[in-house]
Design a binder for this molecule. Structure first.
Ligand code: OVM
Length: 405
């Protein structure tokens, strides 16, 4: 609520994109915002926003005009203190961003993915064996607590080099981090309260002593040894792995399972041809984007789709709304795994585009492949329940009934 004067000529919309109602089902409001104009003014917070694909992409690909160092949430770090010490990559601009990005990009490269693929695949297959056995025994199984939360919490921290004990802390931490990009509402207050007892654990586990030699975390310290970053910066980059590497893929996979359970014709296509696992995961990212929104801040007076925006304003980009913009996608509200949704915004775009996307895609592909090979049909055994989060489209439970092949 930093400004209650509506800028002349900008469509004003009274939607609160961080309310429980919006977060429970954002899609009708996404359409209202797209239709209101290419750039809109959200009166509730006094901010600019865009819900259309062309403008979301334009903002994310213009890092000189739309900066990240003032925070990628609602809070403007030039006016208020960050909720936690700033991320060296997410909440940074070139040239400091470039340095951090290069290190993480090297660690999370396609070459690395080739090296971890075997272990990630074995884990996916073993987990799906257990998942299917449990479903057969109990008549139903939970796609979130027994699959989408279990897999990323096993494979990614293994690759980072984190001990097995206490990993559930990463879910509490991720929930808080992604809430912190929104307003200081009840969701943020509650998640900050829940995370308090584990914040110290998180920070301790960013230190070299806690990270297995040769893992992703240790590789960051090796970069510090080579002088690419300081020894003090290394734990902060490990923190980025722990912040962004779990809750995102947990919900990417959870949302994909929900999409498939709700679209039996699409699941049948995947089952008939498991090589569709990768495009199916991609389509699920478009259709139910795990990360729904990010902000930028204008670095100078800019013009977006003919709208003049003065320096220092927050601009909210609706990644998930861009991903269902009929200006970009034919039949956008249809979940279609044979679509090739290249150019979707679920990983962002531009210099801040998800640096871990090769790992995220690997996890999604391997889980959906293992599922397709074992399960003939997948359907809801009850209503899914949501975990509302200011940024994430997240599930808390997903009761499923499986018929095994
Ligand atoms: C970070 C970070 C945290 C949350 C998300 C993210 C999507 C990065 O700490 O660098 O990227």
């Amino acid at each position: 609520m930093n400004d209650n004067t509506i800028p002349a000529g900008v469509p004003a919309v009274d939607i609160d994109p961080f309310s429980d109602a919006f977060l429970t089902d954002p899609y009708a409001d996404h359409e209202r915002m797209r239709e209101a104009g290419p750039v809109i003014w959200l009166t509730k917070y006094g901010i600019y926003a865009t819900a259309r694909h062309a403008e979301v992409r334009a903002v994310l690909n213009d890092h000189e005009n739309y900066i990240s160092s003032a925070g990628v949430g609602l809070a403007n770090f030039n006016k208020e203190a960050p909720f936690r010490p700033k991320s060296l990559i997410l909440e940074a601009d070139p040239p400091s961003h470039t340095k951090a990005r290069a290190i993480l990009a090297r660690i999370l490269s396609p070459k690395t993915v080739m090296q971890i693929r075997e272990a990630f695949q074995q884990e996916a297959e073993q987990l799906l064996d257990r998942f299917v056995a449990k479903a057969a025994e109990d008549g139903q199984v939970d796609g979130v607590t027994e699959l989408s939360e279990v897999y990323p919490l096993k494979v990614f921290p293994d690759a980072v080099g984190l001990e097995a004990e206490g990993r559930k802390n990463l879910l509490l931490y991720g929930n808080m981090v992604f809430n912190s990009f929104g307003p200081r509402n009840e969701l943020l207050r509650k998640s900050a309260e829940l995370v308090q007892p584990v914040t110290q654990w998180i920070m301790e586990h960013c230190s070299r002593e806690h990270l297995r030699p040769g893992g992703f975390g240790d590789m960051i310290f090796q970069a510090a040894d080579r002088g690419e970053i300081t020894q003090e910066e290394a734990p902060m980059l490990v923190r980025s792995f722990l912040s962004a590497g779990v809750d995102t893929t947990v919900n990417g996979i959870g949302n994909a399972l929900l999409c498939l359970a709700q679209n039996p014709d699409q699941y049948e296509k995947l089952r008939a041809d498991p090589t569709l696992a990768r495009p199916a995961f991609e389509e699920a990212l478009r259709y139910e984007s795990a990360v729904q929104t990010f902000f930028r801040t204008t670095a100078r007076d800019v013009e977006l789709a003919g709208v003049k925006i003065a320096e220092g304003h927050k601009v909210l980009t609706f990644l998930a709304a861009a991903n269902r913009d009929a200006r970009q996608w034919p039949d956008p509200d249809r979940f279609d795994i044979t679509r090739r949704p290249t150019g979707h915004m679920a990983f962002g775009s531009g210099i801040h585009g998800c640096v871990g996307q090769v790992v995220a895609r690997l996890e999604g592909e391997l889980i959906l492949t293992a599922l397709a090979k074992r399960v003939k049909t997948i359907e809801l055994a009850g209503p899914p329940t949501r975990r509302l989060n200011n940024t994430l489209r997240a599930l808390s439970n997903l009761p499923l009934r499986l018929v095994t092949a």
